[in-house]
Design a binder for this molecule. Structure first.
Ligand SMILES: [Zn+2]
Ligand SMILES: [Zn+2]
Length: 110
């Protein structure tokens, strides 16, 4: 089960960009999978533009629903007391949500 950074069970989730180290890890995993499938030459490795890291939080450490709908920077440390975080999230680009885990639309209120 996913937990908040404080150890409580997570109730909300949003996403942020991977750091350099996280992106290298994602690329290493993808490269391993492509090598196993013998498709290294066909499929490009993930870039920072199409990679996301899921962030989980409990009710006390959640950001606002509006903010959770956006993609946060790799440096984002999550919300402060006000429910706002310290980064400038990316604005959504139409309905283009790369990645199989991302819903194409969020339900009302999110
Ligand atoms: Zn928490
Ligand atoms: Zn943020």
């Amino acid at each position: 089960m996913s937990t908040c950074r404080c150890g409580e069970p997570a109730v909300v989730q949003w996403k942020r960009r991977p750091s350099t180290e996280e992106l290298e890890h994602l690329q290493a995993v993808a490269e391993g999978q492509l090598e196993a499938a013998d498709r290294v030459d066909e499929v490009p490795l993930p870039t920072v533009e199409d990679s996301f890291i899921a962030v989980y939080a409990c009710a006390d450490h959640a950001i606002s629903a509006d903010s959770a709908a956006l993609t946060h920077q790799a440096t984002c440390t999550g919300p402060g007391k006000s429910g706002a975080c310290d980064c400038t999230p990316e604005q959504p680009v139409g309905d283009m949500f790369p990645g199989p885990e991302s819903p194409s639309r969020l339900p009302p209120g999110w």
